[in-house]
Design a binder for this molecule. Sequence first.
Ligand code: KG4
Ligand code: ZN
Length: 361
Amino acid sequence: MIVLGIETTCDETAAAVVERQDGSGRGKILSNIVRSQIADHAAFGGVVPEIAARAHVEVLDLLIARAMREAERGFHQIDGVAAAAGPGLIGGVIVGLTTAKAIALVREKPLIAVNHLEAHALTARLTDTVAFPYCLFLASGGHTQIVAVRGVGDYVRLGTTLDDAIGEAFDKTAKLLGLGYPGGPRVEKEAQFGDAGRFNLPRPMAGRIDCDFSLSGLKTALRLEAERIAPLTDEDVADLCAAFQQAVVDVVADRLRCGLRMFRDTFGPPTALVAAGGVAANQAIRKILHRLAFESGTVLVVPPPELCTDNGAMIAWAGAERLALGLTDTLDASPRARWPLGEVSKPAEPKHDTKRGTKSG
Ligand code: KG4
Ligand code: ZN
């Protein structure tokens, strides 16, 4: 089955065509076009929702046409149209979902209103055919979650952040230190040359038995250190980045260790630890994820960087996985700014015929 996917929830406009084999469930990306809006927002130090929505409108139809062309498929050859219907910046979500509805209506194709987080959660099945159940660590600019992925539409959130997302903390640190946006890659680069031991930053939530995160105390501690030693030299900036990144690595190790334990206690051993979201591109974080997977007797699966960050292929793939189970949506599907994973619809439970073998069976 072949599905067109559209992503417009944040600052990437993306369209892709993905194929899912009916029997094996294997996936293949036929095209995957992403246009990043980073340049449009850079001057503001973060994403401006109004600018984002307008930029999606300007390029989305061109991107869809290109995705279809590169996939060498016409609209009559696709089996469904998927769009991220949330969670995200509502102006952008409306643009993507409305466009998908228009195509579905005109071409008489099923619509799949995909949860953006579900798409991140299922990407590892597109790239690595990972079986359920697995433990997802999702860390992006907007989300930090540890999730038990038990099946399509069947997600149990084990932990989340009480304040900032990890990517957001990297972005705010970069802004504070004058490194620009997006901050993650720049902080990582500076950290290479810094001395992580020079500053004593906190490891918030360490030692708690749950697996929630909190990053705002770390961010404040970093700001106080920076203010204490200002004006900052290049060496100071590198040392602060290294100390911050090491603190995040330690926090991830502590929280995810608890998350994996909770997973095991409730659902048995996971088939894999799967990482998703832009933060998974960070080498120091990847290294600790490898160690954690090894410690808990499982394997680490990290989709390639271009599929960890926001893209259309993950939406098309989630659409295909849902379509394969008959999970489609009507043209009434609403765009949603908030949409927790636990509220995603799942296939109806297989009906157990309790009367089997009896007279009426
Ligand atoms: O998944 P993503 O592309 O977009 C969403 O937020 O949905 O993630 C972007 C986030 C940004 O906060 C960015 O700073 C962070 O991922 N990021 C990184 C790295 N590359 C991107 N954080 C730490 N280290 C990196 N190398
Ligand atoms: Zn995302």
